[in-house]
Design a protein around this ligand. Sequence first.
Ligand code: PHE
Length: 454
Amino acid sequence: MSNDRGNFGSKIGVILASAGSAVGLGNIWRFPTETGNNGGAAFILIYFACVLLLGFPILIAEFSIGRHSRSNTAGAYRKLSPGTRWKWVGRLGVAAGTFILCYYAVVAGWTLEYICQAATNSFAGTSPQGFIAAFSEFTANPWRPLVWLFAFMLTTHLVVVKGVEKGIERSAKVMMPALFILLIILAVCSVLLPDAEKGLLFLLKPDFSKVTGNVILSAMGQAFFSLSLGMGCLCTYASYFRAETNLSRTAINVAIIDTMVAILAGFIIFPAAFSVGIQPDAGPSLIFITLPNVFQQAFGGMPFLSTVLSVMFYILLALAALTSAISLLEVTTAYLSEEFSMSRKTAARMATAFCTFFGIICSLSLGIGKDITLFGMTVFDVFDYVTGKIMLPLGGMLISIFAGWILDKQILWKEVSNNGTLKVHTYKLVLFLLRFVVPVSIGLVFINELGLFK
Ligand code: PHE
């Protein structure tokens, strides 16, 4: 079966496609939201620790499992540990990915609306309060967000149906560098706004007195979400890696690129938010309110430049969301098509239909359905909470136990060292992290959240 599966064509393609999966709304929309809700700098430091101590080893584990099995994520565990229940880790991942895409596509749709708003110059002359009102009015509208949701899901669907090399790799090669450059320009502009220092303090001066178990869980969940970990997404991508791909180096590159983009987003959002007096814990709307303000204030005197930069920014944000959404849809598509012997087209259609249906429900839950709540959260927030704070960390813990304790050590070593041809100094450390540090820390955070310590 492995011969007719696609493959990534080049080394840089591998890194860009994996980084394309990692870099997305998680960095530019969710990271600032979580940082704002969890008090700033201290959260960011814990986030760094999670990327390094949990994210990096799990990246290597997922890459090794995927490339060795050359299979979708549930099939991977079935092949590596036949006849056991480990395939449920893969299935949990497929479920997590499918649920994430349901609400991810809604936010991605918002970015499409903002491309149009930026292009038609609707930001001009609007006050910060005006941006807040415009955003709530838009998300509460029953139709407009849905049209964008359909458009986004359709595009994602078409790329996934086209297959691995043509669709996924090519789109990632162009947009990643462009996005990066634009983010740097915007961060500089934002830091130069009046009163930006307060935002910088918020980002740089940790206040550990505000750290609670929930802050740690949020940082952990954000690290998994942002690195696309804990659900077999990078495991599925690694099944298309070539035998020469250096897994540790790819993992380091992905972790660095992803973290840098998140930090840049922080430097764009918070100085701007404090500058115009918007609370840092404004929630999911934060970037859709502060960013138009940055464009308006920093380039207001040069309307043409302001329009060009803002349109470019939202286009790149939409593309970053697209490369991540593709990787989410790919997990479900590869699973359905390989495990149930369907054509890729049928599998992708089923997955797209499912995600669009629940996407509609998530979208409406912010407008006409906002009174329907579960544990005080809207349906949209429930999807985010359950996937980000329960399913991904749980998946990460199980993956680390599998790679550290169940998987034949020879397999892990062969994958990490490309059959002994590479010197990998971190191998022992990674194995130690996978065996002890990852499962124990995630376990402790969960136990703490369940209140069992009290
Ligand atoms: N990492 C992506 C982002 O930051 C989201 C994602 C999560 C993609 C899980 C795939 C798997 O936007």
